[in-house]
Design a protein around this ligand. Structure first.
Ligand code: ARG
Length: 292
């Protein structure tokens, strides 16, 4: 039977970092090949387009100054996790990115976030922490130390659900799963261990299940405001699935950043303030969809 579903866009506040110093000079994930040329000018244009898209949708975008010598700093999602205005700083696994942790934490301290925690355990921010209405979903297996999951739970006072990633191409949770709104998610089952798959089925029986092909196009590295879903344009099957569920998929080309193993979500850190997801503050017209 058809069911009426209203999708509501909620204005968001994001932090981004211009890829001024972007390059691929080392390899810490299977997408990175230092031999393959990168067009930095094009990367900047593609990134600007992403930022403009957010602004056109009514979102706020804050910027952090890019630091020379930190080519992956464009991937702002890794810089911290922010819930109810409380900031859990990042502690990177790979030495090439370690200096980004303090750089991002400094930005928060200087920009009106009084509660910034220096992390005890390795965690790569929203790369591995994704926030739904009821839970914090937490990846491990490649980057974030599972010991960080307890640290996040204690710090945020929200239940943290640990999920194990098993495919090295999907080394961060935000490459294998995306939050669409409240407790709605999409994910690629093959990216998770059998136990984690069972947990996801139990918590999210209505989740959008994404094919390995669309996940391979980085389709799950998506940013949703509850209605508009920005995702790599190559993930065409996924865009159709989202439209059928009443979302508004917006395809974007971030091909240069994909050479470092990142796309839309990786470039975007959500600044969640207390009470910041009140649906009455809609950014764009809401749509009612009939979902079968
Ligand atoms: N080259 C970066 C790394 O391997 C890409 C980070 C992508 N960020 C993300 N949130 N998945 O760390």
């Amino acid at each position: 039977m058809a069911q009426r579903i209203t999708r509501t866009a909620v204005p968001r506040r994001y932090l981004m970092c211009r890829p001024t110093h972007f390059e691929v000079t080392y390899s810490i994930n299977p997408w990175m090949d230092p031999e393959k040329p990168v067009d930095r000018e094009l990367a900047i244009l593609q990134w600007e387009r992403l930022r403009e898209t957010y602004l056109e949708l009514g979102h706020t975008v804050e910027l952090i100054e890019p630091a020379p010598g930190l080519p992956d700093m464009v991937f702002a999602a890794n810089g911290a996790t922010v819930v109810d205005g409380r900031v859990l700083g990042a502690k990177f696994r790979n030495e090439q990115r370690v200096a980004e942790g303090p750089a991002y934490s400094r930005w928060f301290r200087e920009n009106g976030f009084p509660e910034v925690r220096d992390p005890e355990f390795v965690n790569e921010g929203e790369g591995d922490y994704l926030v739904t209405k009821s839970w914090v979903l937490a990846g491990c297996g490649f980057r974030t130390d599972p010991a960080s999951h307890q640290e996040a739970q204690d710090f945020f006072g929200r239940p943290v659900i640990g999920l194990r990633l098993v495919d090295p191409r999907f080394y961060h949770l935000d490459t294998a799963l995306a939050v669409l709104g409240d407790d709605e998610i999409m994910y690629c089952p093959e990216s998770f261990s059998p136990g984690s798959r069972a947990v996801l089925r139990r918590l999210f029986p209505d989740a959008v299940l994404v094919s390995a092909e669309d996940a391979g196009a980085f389709g799950l590295n998506a940013v949703s405001d509850g209605y508009n879903v920005i995702l790599p344009q190559a993930a065409r099957g996924l865009a159709e699935q989202l439209a059928a569920r009443g979302y508004n998929p917006i395809g974007i080309d971030l091909s240069e950043l994909l050479k470092a193993g990142g796309s839309a979500k990786c470039c975007t850190l959500e600044l969640r303030m207390a009470g910041s997801t009140a649906p009455e503050r809609a950014a764009t017209p809401t749509r009612t969809a009939c979902v079968v």
